[in-house]
Design a protein around this ligand. Sequence first.
Ligand code: SAH
Length: 348
Amino acid sequence: MVSYDSSGKIDILDLLYDELEEQIRLLGEPKFRAGQIFDWLHVKKATDFAQMTNVSAQLRARLKEKFCIKSLFVVKRLESSTDNTVKYLYELEDGNHIETVLMEYNYGHTVCVSSQVGCKMGCRFCASTLAGFKRDLTSSEILSQVYEIERSEGVNVSGIVLMGIGEPLDNYDNVVNFLKQISAPKGRKLSLRHVSLSTCGIVPRIYDLAKLDLGLTLSISLHCPNDKGRSEIMPVNNSYRIDELMKACKDYFAATGRRISFEYALISGVNDSKNDADELAALLRGFNCHVNIIPVNKIKEREYSSDRAAAKRFAELLGKLGLNATVRRTLGADIDAACGQLRREYEI
Ligand code: SAH
């Protein structure tokens, strides 16, 4: 995918291996140079062409003329005092802001990346939507969140969740390019089995993603088992109803064999009744899936609330009704690690 910076240079981190090879050919250089440069960018994570010491000074100068390596600027770094969660507020080259979170599990490090600056989806309980939508992130801006954290924290990330600011399937082409890039056999080689993509349910793109069969886990932000209630908290439900969404999920499972994860942010008095649990069980029973109950994170601008004990009770109830349900572990609670909250503070 070829994209440019403000001075008309090609953003080299956006280029897949074959595309880089083509660009190198256009410069009249032998193919193997592409391999060296790709390795510098995606394995050694160079931030400047000057670091590419096995490439001639003359070629480095030509690369610098035609291409750029975009960077992210750290505005804030917050570290949790209760676990090792670290949250970054980054500034992009055009002055926009995004958030990225690094989480530590006993099996490794996972990064939660943003896919857009803001969000158009308007979910009532979500902070990401409040500061408005500015623009899509390029594939390289999503990738750089991972590389930047790996560089500055000195870690090797083994998992990625697309659960930061933005709706990844509303930025489909850049997100798919990012997934191809991060898993490139000649580059960063991250297994897409360790990637989760969370969506509010853009149905046509779920079918597209199923066809690609990338091996990632699809997380569906369901949050309510019936159309009336879901439309009230998630406007996207007015475009794609729950039955259409479930059909797409079943197609995804049939095409990929990957079990779907349903997210359910429990909100007191909104979606936490016995009746909600019964409806949810009826909707998902017999479907090979997992339900993640999340105690809704309070955001300043909204009244919504719930707590861990309520989430635990709701998950147990679902278990009795035959569903596979757990409560999501909360990391970084003391630094508002949930998406959107830091950018929101910064934009006002
Ligand atoms: N747009 C995507 C991914 C970003 S949000 C999506 O909708 O799935 C990642 C997850 O956090 C989603 O499940 C989202 O619904 C949930 N979420 C947003 N605000 C929340 C809040 N205040 N409390 C708990 N979960 C929230």
